[in-house]
Design a protein around this ligand. Structure first.
Ligand code: ATP
Ligand code: ZN
Length: 739
């Protein structure tokens, strides 16, 4: 297994093609629908062919949608089409700046015409069985009827495999189709006709079932999209409510939802109220109350009330569609295990072919053994060596894992994060907005020296009203609640001081509003002030001080509710053996008080954003892999520095969804532990599959050399393992075991 741990480490260098960023650098992009691409084998074939072409910069595969995006600098895409057609890939152009250059696209037919696949497969199976039966009953393998039935079986079930095998050979990309073709042709050549028929039929059957399984995993993702209704009830200019196609509705339109109806578009409640089941987006089963001003999401289910909402995004840009397309893109980027398996297969197949050749030639030549028997053994070896079980199992597992996460409201931005999750030994949690709700309320107002409460509070509120920081917002709201709309003072030269507070000129004098660090920097921190702050901070309250350039004037304390799920989330992380660290820009005593309530011993307070970044770096150096959970808005650098960055409450905010490696759609911190368990489970399944596949191959290798395995037994074993690993991978769709 790859020992690589970091996303900026060796992994990046083995990635065959860099994602999005590199694509953007290419002058031209062409997107193809590749109808005959449904497994990594075909991806490898295409990669091998196109990567060598001059003018082709990048290739991006999306096996779920069967799309290939080529970043290139060719004057026409005709050579691309020609190359894909030569690989029998039946390409269709989805989008390209240039025309096809006369290449006759329509002429490339989708996969084999004629009988429907299952029917021809059944015919192939019957013919193969018939050939076996006749050969067995008559005791003669080489009669006319046996030959006719065997050839029928191959014609009905095996032409696709033979054709792909031939294409693979011509492109010097030895894959399993090539191995099977070689085995079948070899069996025909040495007169094992019924066996040849059986082998090709079983292989075709296995391929078909595998394709269906991958389809199943893909469906789990596409199925999420099916949740959004096709139509929405929208108000026309005339004032009438009309039922229209949701895809046609523009942002700004007013839409109405009835009780029990699914919401068709993202929007903001304009009138009415209700509760909404947001499970399709966030995975949380408790309905959420919606009042005017609250955001609603396409695909979620309205409960009892009726309400109108203003549409904020077209259907194609809804949160749900962005989740789905992000998951689809994520599975196109290859996880480390997948790359390992690819590299393994690339070395392994040529080695096996060489070994088979040796087995066929050496014993007869050197020891005078029976040439026919050893040729047969060599063919069995070829079949056993088939790596489909290995090749197919990883994408199925990764796609299943991504889909299981998405269903829980966890958006994972790539298979690599699914693999890294289990390696996290330390997780840093932001305090405000992550462990706490981030909507604090004013609890205490202390006037220092003198007695001008109202005028000082007014100055503080005037500064606070200009900031969106939670502490400032609490203060501004408090003033509004106490004084109604009593006029705020005008503020000049307003400035935010990150990690400290704000400042601005009020009524001719410069005033500062901020934390203890700010007061200390102003040189106004003394024992008296410290004594008045201490009891508030010990209570876990955030304290800000209003200061002039020469004196501290007013202390305001705000208290933030700890989220109901935080304590359990911390306990779950600890149960996984993870070191939990709290990072906060708030005063140290405050942070420690909150940490004590949640069972977090390692609390770092009074941090500036660059301190957070440094601590993440230090934790990474100490533990290897470190996670960071924040809201993704002002802690983006720390999130980016972490091995896996988690953003909370991502459903509402675009930045959070974009900056994080893993976006949690709601505010439930327990999802971090869930994600880590899912990751561990995915890893266990990947290892099980690889071990299973290799073990069964090893057993049959011994049987084959000892002469106990026939060709069709070998195919049966190969098919059995392939199916077992696929079914094993699909189990991940149900998620990890509960905590
Ligand atoms: N605009 C502001 N208005 C009022 N106080 C502020 C402002 N900006 C910062 N502060 C004060 O500085 C402290 C640190 O702010 P910072 O934004 O770095 O951390 P935070 O995001 O509030 O907390 P955490 O790091 O726990 O999430 C805050 O707790 C607050 O006391
Ligand atoms: Zn196989």
């Amino acid at each position: 297994m790859s020992k690589c741990g970091g996303k900026d480490g060796c992994c990046a260098t083995v990635a065959p093609v860099a994602p999005a960023a590199a694509t953007a650098a290419s002058p031209e992009r062409a997107v193809f629908l590749i109808r005959n691409m449904d497994c990594p084998t075909e991806e490898k074939l295409i990669r091998g062919r196109l990567e060598r072409m001059a003018g082709v910069d990048t290739l991006q595969f999306d096996l779920i949608r069967r799309e290939l995006t080529v970043g290139h600098r060719l004057p026409s895409i005709a050579p691309l089409v020609a190359a894909l057609t030569a690989l029998d890939m039946a390409p269709a152009v989805i989008s390209s700046a240039q025309d096809v250059g006369g290449a006759a696209l329509a002429a490339s037919p989708p996969r084999a015409a004629g009988l429907p696949p299952w029917l021809s497969l059944a015919a192939s199976g019957l013919a193969a069985l018939g050939a076996e039966a006749i050969a067995w009953n008559t005791g003669r393998e080489h009669s006319g009827p046996v030959l006719v039935l065997a050839l029928t079986a191959i014609a009905c079930g095996g032409l696709g495999t033979l054709r792909k095998g031939w294409i693979a050979l011509r492109n010097l990309s030895l894959n399993m189709n090539f191995l099977m073709s070689l085995a079948v042709l070899g069996a025909l050549a040495i007169g094992q006709w019924p066996e040849a028929a059986m082998v090709i039929f079983l292989f075709a059957l296995a391929e078909r079932i595998e394709a269906r399984s991958l389809e199943h995993a893909r469906h789990a993702i596409r199925g999420m999209m099916a949740l959004t209704p096709d139509t929405a009830t929208v108000q026309a200019p005339s004032g009438d409510w009309l039922r229209v196609a949701a895809a046609q509705v523009q942002p700004g339109a007013l839409a109405r939802v009835m009780p029990g109806e699914r919401i068709a578009l993202d929007g903001v409640v304009a009138a009415g109220e209700s509760t909404v089941n947001q499970a399709p987006i966030t995975g949380e089963s408790m309905p959420v109350a919606k009042l005017p001003g609250d955001a609603v999401f396409a695909g979620t289910i309205n409960q009892q009330g009726t309400f109108d909402y203003t549409v904020t995004a077209p259907q194609s840009q809804s949160t749900l569609s962005r989740i789905v397309s992000s998951v689809q893109q994520a599975q196109g980027e290859r996880a480390p295990t997948q790359r390992f398996v690819d590299r393994f297969a690339a070395v392994y197949i040529p080695v096996v072919v060489a070994l088979a050749v040796l087995v066929a030639i050496v014993p007869p030549l050197v020891a005078g053994a029976d040439a026919y028997a050893w040729l047969y053994k060599a063919l069995v070896l070829l079949v056993i060596a088939c790596p489909c079980a290995l090749v197919i199992s990883t994408p199925v597992t990764v796609v299943s894992g991504l889909a299981a996460a998405a269903r829980q409201g966890i958006l994972v931005k790539g298979g690599i994060y699914l693999e890294l999750g289990r390696k996290l030994r330390a997780v840093a949690l932001d305090k405000t907005g992550t462990l706490t709700q981030g909507t604090p309320q004013v609890t205490d107002v202390l006037v220092l020296s003198g007695d001008e409460r109202t005028s000082r509070l007014r100055c503080a509120a005037s500064l606070a009203a200009l900031s969106t920081h939670p502490v400032s917002r609490a203060l501004a709201l408090y003033w509004q609640g106490e004084r109604g709309d009593a006029a705020l003072a005008p503020v000049a030269r307003f400035e935010a001081l990150p990690g400290r507070g704000v400042r601005g000129e009020v009524e001719g004098g410069m005033l500062y509003l901020g934390n203890a660090r700010l007061v200390r920097e102003l040189g106004l921190h003394d024992d008296e002030l410290a004594a008045s702050l201490a009891p508030l901070e010990r209570d876990g309250k955030s304290v800000v001080v209003l200061c002039s350039a020469t004196a501290a004037l007013l202390v305001v304390a705000v208290a933030d509710q700890v989220r109901g799920t935080s304590e359990e989330a911390v306990a779950q992380l600890r149960a996984l053996g993870v070191r939990v660290v709290m990072l906060s820009g708030d005063n140290t005593d405050t942070a420690q008080a909150v940490g004590a309530r949640l069972g977090i011993a390692d609390v770092r307070g009074a941090l500036l954003p660059e301190d957070k970044l440094r601590i993440i770096g230090a934790l990474a150096a100490e533990h290897g892999a470190v996670g960071m959970v924040g809201d993704g808005v002002n802690d983006a650098p720390a999130l980016a520095r972490a091995t896996v960055g988690f953003a909370m409450g991502a459903a509402g905010t675009d930045t959070a969804m974009e900056t994080a490696n893993v976006a949690l759609m709601d505010d439930d911190l327990r999802k971090v532990a869930y994600f880590m368990r899912l990751s561990a489970r995915a890893h266990a399944i990947l290892v099980q599959n690889i071990a299973l596949a290799l073990a069964i191959k090893a057993v049959f290798l011994v049987l084959a050399v000892a002469g106990y395995s026939t060709l069709w037994m070998a195919v049966f074993a190969d098919m059995g393992v392939s199916l077992m690993v696929v079914v094993n991978g699909l189990r991940l769709l149900r998620g990890p075991a509960p905590a």
